[in-house]
Design a protein around this ligand. Structure first.
Ligand SMILES: Cc1ncc(COP(=O)(O)O)c(C=O)c1O
Length: 403
């Protein structure tokens, strides 16, 4: 395993004067401090005996109850035994890796995909089948063609199941790192593929509520019972990542195995933050927080898109995504430019981003970079993109180095 490029780049983001577009961090202003203070005071006064105690691995009953209600409101048909609270969705990804992946197993990920999911799968020895994306997200036809190819090679052999991928990992809403959203038609297409090849889908849903334009699209397989699709939800982007509260919804047999692995990992997620999350949901703080945070981030995304439009040089192939929500914009530089090389100059000019190569499990992305717009202020976004445009212009003038 190697250290994540993002974690490494975050080390320089603390430098005074540096404008960081690197992490996927919420802005501190988004944190519901007043609500958490109120809950904190109440639960320490009334519930210290159990919220400071160990709790069941499956999760604190008070939170599980709220999460089942929350799932119902989303139209999901979830039973108690189909839900597991985890310490952030990153733990969910880690537990899934431990349960499903043996060294050498294949996993399908969008190409590019979330760097720490790639790291978790790789940590269990996964190999990757990257699924191509365009502006509407993963392209089902291309994935289908790759799976057919694989099926032909594996076909008839006794270890057919072992040769096929263990699951398809997808982030349909405001994907990390591209900010793109999987279209409704493609959601149906992806599920059809999963059915046809008898594959599980892992749907990672941390950004769904950060929608600044348009309407929510249906969750994958929302009208059927958990089975084909394993869902991972997180409160990191609406409450706070420091609480480390997320949950998995899946078939009982899968949840049972995940519980066994989680017992060995951390016994249980912190009871204290679980009760805070339960009260946050019970007191109806979730939707107002969504509204407030979306208003904050909508302006920031707009500021970044506007400044990119105004300041980026007109170079062949230079383009960026226009997301409907989330926390990232994905920039493509002209072919032949190297975003990792350019980062040194960017840091000299006091800006940071994550180079694209970190997000491609089997290579690629040299001329891509990821920009976060939630952590910096609007002023920093405008200043930072002006500086980035200068760096891009300067770098584009360099002669291309031939290999
Ligand atoms: C797609 C995706 N999944 C999971 C995570 C991890 O979130 P957490 O562990 O805070 O729930 C992130 C964090 O940015 C993410 O972008």
């Amino acid at each position: 395993m190697s250290r994540s490029a993002i974690r490494e780049s975050l080390k320089i983001t603390g430098q005074p004067g540096l404008i960081s577009f690197s992490g996927g961090w919420p802005h501190p202003e988004s944190f519901p401090v007043r609500e958490l203070q109120e809950i904190n005071r109440d639960i320490l006064q009334n519930s210290a005996a159990f919220c400071l105690q160990y709790c069941p691995t499956e999760g604190l009953p008070e939170l599980r109850k709220q999460l089942l209600l929350f799932s119902n409101e989303l139209g999901l048909k979830v039973r108690e035994e189909e839900l597991l609270v985890t310490s952030g969705s990153q733990q969910a990804l880690d537990l899934l890796s431990r349960v499903f992946i043996d060294p050498g197993d294949l996993v399908v990920t969008e190409n590019p995909s979330f760097v720490s999911a790639i790291a978790a799968f790789r940590g269990s020895g996964a190999r990757f089948l990257p699924a191509a994306m365009d502006t509407q997200g993963l392209v089902p036809e291309e994935l289908s063609a790759s799976l057919e190819e694989l099926q032909k090679t594996a076909g008839g052999s006794s270890d057919y199941a072992q040769n096929m991928p263990k699951f398809i990992y997808t982030i349909p809403d405001f994907q990390n790192p591209t900010g793109l959203t999987l279209s409704v038609k493609r959601r149906t297409g992806l599920l059809e593929i999963a059915e046809r090849f008898d594959l599980l889908v892992v749907e990672d849903i941390p950004y769904r509520w950060l929608r600044y334009r348009g309407k929510h699209l249906p969750l994958l397989g929302a009208d059927s019972r958990p089975g084909r699709v394993i869902k991972i939800f997180s409160l990191s982007k609406i409450m706070a990542p420091g609480l480390r509260i997320a949950w998995i919804i899946g078939e009982r047999s899968i949840i049972d195995k995940l519980v066994a692995v989680k017992q060995a990992a951390d016994l249980c997620t912190g009871s204290f933050t679980q009760l805070m999350a339960a009260e946050f949901l019970r007191r109806g703080f979730f939707q107002p927080a969504v509204k407030r945070i979306s208003a904050l981030y909508r302006g920031k995304m707009q500021a970044m898109l506007e400044t990119l439009q105004e300041r980026m040089p007109a170079l062949p192939g230079l383009q960026w995504t226009v997301p409907q929500g989330g926390v990232f914009i994905w920039l493509t530089l002209p072919a032949g430019m190297d975003s990792s090389e350019m980062l040194r100059e960017a840091v000299e000019r006091q800006i940071a981003y994550v180079p694209g190569t970190a997000f491609f499990p089997t290579g690629g992305g040299t001329n891509n970079l990821r920009l976060n717009f939630t952590f910096p202020t609007e002023r920093q976004i405008r200043d930072g993109i002006v500086r980035l445009a200068r760096v891009v212009r300067g770098h584009a003038r360099r002669p291309v180095r031939l290999a």
